[in-house]
Design a protein around this ligand. Structure first.
Ligand code: ADP
Ligand code: 5GP
Length: 181
């Protein structure tokens, strides 16, 4: 029996990482596919845990060898999902969760139409900005890039199978759990 692929996306700071952690803790048999990125690790991040941190050259090699199920230039770096990782997990019967940007999610849907796309939306742009600032991981410039990108991302939410508004965290977690289960 093969597993099912779930794709979580939405603007930076909306709470995708928080929802993903809860889903992985609460839902048995759900595994996370660790992405590759050319971005530098943030304080506390470890190679192979949050991401596989690789050089731009290695990333380009991966693209030309067709290793990525999807990849995108997000904010100012490249991010991608390794195809074989996902296929191996699905073939061994695990449900797989990807947490990727909107461009990547739409590529996945084209290649694997059975994938379930879940868009995480903020209750408002003001709340999104507050969360992003509260996380204190971005410089003022990076924050502006992310908020600007958020408007484009929000305009694509109708192409998703489900939209979960992350207002109250417990309610959003429960909604996601129901979708996956
Ligand atoms: P993303 O992975 O989408 O960039 P994060 O999961 O890092 O977002 O969340 C951004 C910030 O918002 C974090 O500080 C997180 O603790 C907080 N957060 C997430 N969900 C909620 C929520 N429902 N209510 C209030 N704060 C939240
Ligand atoms: P961050 O740098 O904050 O960890 O992530 C920035 C953005 O990149 C987030 O929107 C995240 O979902 C997205 N992202 C992470 N991994 C991937 C991936 O493998 N592919 C794509 N397309 N986007 C990704």
């Amino acid at each position: 029996m093969t597993g099912k692929l779930f794709v979580l996306s939405g603007p930076s700071g909306v709470g995708k990482g928080t929802l993903r952690e809860r889903a992985l803790k609460d839902i048995p048999g759900l595994v996370y596919s660790i992405s590759c990125t050319t971005r530098k690790p943030r304080e506390g991040e470890t190679d192979g845990v949050e991401y596989r941190f690789i050089s731009r050259e290695k990333f380009r090699e991966g693209i030309s060898q067709g290793l990525f199920l999807e990849y995108a230039h997000v904010h100012e770096d490249f991010y991608g999902t390794l195809k074989q990782d996902v296929l191996n997990e699905l073939e061994s019967g695990h449900d797989v969760l990807l947490e990727i940007d909107v461009q990547g999610a739409l590529q996945v849907k084209e290649k694997m139409p059975g994938a379930v796309l879940v868009f995480v939306a903020p209750p408002s742009i003001e709340v999104l900005e507050r969360r992003l600032r509260g996380r204190k991981t971005e410089s003022e410039d990076a924050l502006k890039v992310r908020l600007n990108n958020a408007l484009n991302e929000l305009s694509l939410k109708d192409r998703y199978d489900y939209v979960v508004v992350n207002d109250d965290l417990d309610s959003a977690c429960e909604e996601l759990r129901k979708i996956i289960s």
